[in-house]
Design a protein around this ligand. Structure first.
Ligand code: PRP
Ligand code: URA
Length: 219
């Protein structure tokens, strides 16, 4: 259940997405409630992002008869790539939904003065065929897009096409969408909201503040 504001962006218009977003945006939401809400909301958006995963036919024998069923294609590896730190809150729910996926942690933080991403951790699984893998990059916030572009740069160097990469976020800024889609045409972005703009500290307006700090209680 989603609408598109840009050909590469799917914004979920599910009422539960809107409801849970309003809890996340509220500055009085506790860390405990913030985390639980992030997980609930993340699941709804992640379901949208997995809607076109490739499937294969199989025959299953029910207690009554044999029948043709569909399963996720066994020949297509799935990779979940959370951007640390805030992306971690989305990776647990993604693994729950896609239990056979591998996880590729990418450590990036935004320099507070330049707003440019700094890479500090890169733990990629080496057993994956990156040329066919379907990859979900997870980060609640797409602000300037610097972190997202840097993460996708790293993944594409492994041999993955942008069209096999989905960026899953909770809130996106127009500036981040433009930057990510210009640098990586073909990528799909899934989000709960496209907000108005960035402020002079490159925070999303109205946004929800610092996603990592609010998730991990380091405000
Ligand atoms: C936040 C967020 C994204 C990044 C988005 O991380 O989780 O990774 O900012 O901003 P951008 O689109 O302008 O790059 P942050 O740098 O605060 O690190 P943290 O998750 O470790 O707190
Ligand atoms: N990172 C965040 O956590 N929040 C923003 O609004 C922008 C970048």
């Amino acid at each position: 259940m989603s609408t598109s504001v840009h050909p590469a962006v799917k914004v979920s218009n599910h009422p539960l997405v809107q409801h849970n977003l309003s809890i996340l945006r509220d500055k009085n939401t506790s860390t405990e409630q913030f985390r639980a809400t992030m997980i609930r909301l993340g699941k709804l958006i992640f379901m949208d992002a997995t809607v076109d995963l490739p499937t294969a036919k199989t025959i299953v024998e029910t207690p009554i008869t044999k029948t043709e069923c569909k399963i996720l294609s066994p020949n297509v590896p799935i990779l979940i790539a959370p951007i640390l730190r805030a992306g971690l809150i989305l990776s647990e729910l993604a693994i729950d939904i896609l239990p056979s996926a591998s996880v590729y942690h990418i450590g990036l933080y935004r320099d507070e003065e330049t707003f440019k991403p700094v890479t500090y951790y890169n733990k990629l699984p080496s057993t994956i065929d990156y040329s066919v893998a379907q990859i979900f990059v997870l980060d609640p916030m797409l602000a300037t897009g610097g972190s997202a572009v840097a993460a996708v740069d790293i993944i594409k160097k492994l041999g993955t096409k942008a069209s096999n990469i989905r960026f899953v976020s909770i809130i996106a800024a127009p500036e981040g969408i433009q930057h990510l889609t210009e640098q990586h045409p073909g990528i799909q972005i899934y989000t709960g909201s496209v907000d108005e703009r960035l402020n002079d500290k490159a925070y999303i307006v109205p946004g929800l503040g610092d996603a990592g700090d609010r998730t991990f209680g380091t405000v």
